[in-house]
Design a protein around this ligand. Structure first.
Ligand code: MRU
Length: 346
């Protein structure tokens, strides 16, 4: 299988995640605008993958600057455009800040050389993300026991990253070590990232799984079929509150009620140390029709009033452990995340 996202022959190629698992189609982005649209329309999704795509978008923006065009103005416009695509994942803004730093440091290079320098940076972000995911897997694999059954929500696998995955990375690393694992996959309404993407990935990896609809988790926890929960995150505040796909909060409440561990896996560039608590995390509200339909099929009245927050925030007190490339942090997170923070302000 080709990677989730890659640079090939002057363009960014990404698998179109809207079409999976029925079709394996690849989309080509030749401009920053193409990348912005791909992020907005969820051709590519998942916090780390959005960050990688945005970095390539910035590089394309500079590579495509025409002779005589105002480079600074075009650069700022591209950054604003990409920053406006999706508000919740910290990785998007982290990548734009990193690319902006490289742009400023190399501002005096001729435009062509500057474009290539930015392209190299985007490629480094992609390579580093893959390596980070493997480290998250190595850090977290001992949280999964031989014979375990693990519930995951949405898709925090290779498709949501440059490869390997965060939450799925942990499951994968434990599986690769020879542990017998069974994964329960939440379908994840409204866009069905679990049913469409996580099930597809686990199938390719040969990891045993069972798909459930979102309302089944509580009962399967009570019956003892689910033993722990592992999810990814889109943004983590410095007190450990973690935003992730809508429905994650309910799972954390259910896990606590049933005395089950609830783990969150994310790279350090998902952390937003500038935010005191999760109350400050911006939550994306998506189009109403995503709820009124299942795929392209209407399932209710055409104008029924709808709420569609794409994410929720799990309070730190419900999280048993947070796993990053630096290892495992446990509560109290205010204190125990400090070593991961270093000098960072955001
Ligand atoms: O709306 P999406 O599909 O971009 O939401 C993705 C998630 O919520 C993932 O769990 C999160 O980004 C972590 S991906 C490693």
């Amino acid at each position: 299988m080709r990677p989730t996202i890659e640079w090939t022959d002057g363009k960014v190629v990404m698998i179109d995640q809207r079409k999976l698992p029925l079709e394996e189609v690849y989309t080509e982005c030749r401009s920053a605008e193409d990348v912005a649209r791909a992020i907005e329309t969820m051709v590519i999704r998942g916090a780390p993958a959005i960050g990688v795509a945005a970095a390539y978008g910035v590089a394309l923006g500079v590579i495509n600057v025409a002779p005589g065009e105002d480079l600074e103005r075009e650069f700022d416009r591209v950054i604003q455009r990409l920053a406006g695509t999706r508000p919740t994942a910290r990785n998007l803004f982290w990548a734009l800040e990193r690319m902006t730093g490289v742009f400023r440091e190399n501002r005096l290079l001729p435009c062509g050389a500057l474009g290539l320098r930015l392209l190299r940076e985007a490629q480094s972000i992609e390579t580093e993300d893959l390596e980070t995911n493997r480290q998250i897997g190595a850090s977290g694999k001992d949280l999964i026991e031989d014979g375990d059954s693990v519930l995951t929500h949405c898709n925090a696998g290779g498709l949501a990253t440059a490869g390997y995955g965060t939450a799925i990375g942990i499951i994968r690393a434990a599986f690769e070590e020879g542990k017998k694992i069974h994964v329960f996959v939440d379908e994840t309404r409204p866009l069905l990232q679990g049913a469409r993407l996580t099930a597809w990935e686990l199938d390719k990896l040969g990891i045993p799984m069972t798909l459930i609809s979102d309302n089944m988790a509580g009962w399967l926890m009570k019956s003892g079929e689910i033993r722990r929960v592992v999810t990814g995150a889109d943004r983590i505040a410095r007190n450990g509150d973690a935003a992730n796909k809508i429905g994650t909060y309910s799972l954390a409440v259910l896990a606590r009620h049933h005395g089950l561990p609830f783990y969150v896996a994310a790279p350090l560039n998902t952390f937003d140390f500038g935010l005191r608590t999760g109350a400050e995390i911006p939550i994306e509200e998506r189009p109403a029709d995503e709820v009124r339909r299942a795929g392209s099929c209407p399932i209710t009245l055409p104008d029924v009033p709808v709420r569609n927050p794409a994410f929720d925030v799990v309070p730190a007190k419900l999280i048993t452990a947070i796993v990053s490339e630096k290892g495992i942090a446990r509560p109290p997170y205010g204190k125990n995340l400090k070593p991961w923070r270093g000098n960072r302000t955001g």
